[in-house]
Unconditional design. Structure first.
Length: 284
């Protein structure tokens, strides 16, 4: 069997399972097995595949057809060009969070040796991107899940930024367990209303950790906590950058202003949905 035949066979399997973009998914899985890029794969459609490899591909496609995310099958995802390992203990990084990282990095660019707090670090993708792309940044990464922190530590080592990251176990809803004052606090907190989780896509509902999804009855539980606790952890002129869910912009704006924050900007994602909130505190 050659590459073209393998793709055709397994695209049909994923189509029957109603997987979006089945050809792309097959190409990504096969390229991973061959240790080449997808572009290289498409240039080698006549390449013969050994039986051993086609057997492995079949098993991977069967898992994907069962709605296991391809990121879990591969065990890794690229986030702003950084390799991030993922498993069932951490939220799979999304493109929207790359936008949050980009905005934070842009705003920190002129600050020498910035201190940053990442609330709900999960895989560590935000903290690692900031540390990797701002060579003097030091980042504290907070999470309520010890297994998530273990993955984040591995990712920090993998991306050679572990010396500038500090991992902190704690629940941001009750307090922020550090006395440092930060130039920026960033967070992609859980923001799905509890009752909506059962209606999510199986890849999310069944494979992302509920701790990383459940934002309480209205999806705003963590935003209320961050608005309350983060102010005393920011330096003068510091910034709060939050990822928010669909249709949450005005609710988050209201709860922030009620806690004396000034909402500086709300940025849309690539689909035009309000996704990133930037807030500051008024001058004392």
């Amino acid at each position: 069997m050659d590459v073209r035949q393998a793709i055709a066979k397994h695209v049909a399997t994923l189509q029957r399972a109603r997987i979006d973009a089945p050809r792309l998914e097959c190409e990504l899985l096969l390229a991973h097995l061959l240790g080449i890029t997808r572009t290289q794969l498409l240039a080698e459609l006549n390449r013969q595949l050994p039986t051993r490899l086609t057997s492995r591909l079949g098993k991977m496609v069967a898992r994907r057809a069962a709605r296991v995310p391809h990121q879990h099958i591969l065990g890794t995802v690229s986030f702003r060009g950084h390799e991030i390992r993922v498993n069932r203990h951490v939220l799979i990084p999304r493109p929207e969070t790359e936008q949050l990282a980009e905005e934070a990095i842009r705003r920190l660019a002129t600050i020498e040796k910035p201190r940053v707090l990442d609330i709900g670090t999960g895989s560590g993708c935000l903290a690692i991107s900031i540390a990797a792309e701002h060579p003097s940044a030091r980042v504290d990464a907070l999470d309520i899940s010890r297994p998530a922190l273990a993955i984040a530590r591995k990712n920090a080592l993998l991306n050679r930024v572990a010396s500038r990251l500090r991992f902190v176990f704690g629940d941001s809803r009750s307090y922020l367990p550090t006395r440092v004052r930060y130039h920026a606090i960033v967070s992609n907190p859980p923001y799905i209303p509890s009752a909506q989780i059962s209606r999510l896509q199986p890849e999310v509902r069944d494979h992302d950790p509920r701790l990383a999804l459940d934002g309480g009855p209205d999806g705003l539980e963590f935003y209320h906590a961050i608005a309350s606790h983060a102010a005393c952890r920011l330096r003068s002129g510091g910034q709060l950058l939050l990822e928010i869910g669909d249709s949450q912009a005005q609710s988050v704006r209201h709860l922030l202003t009620a806690q004396n924050w000034r909402v500086e900007k709300i940025l849309p994602d690539l689909a035009g949905i309000s996704r990133i909130v930037v807030a500051t505190l008024p001058d004392p």
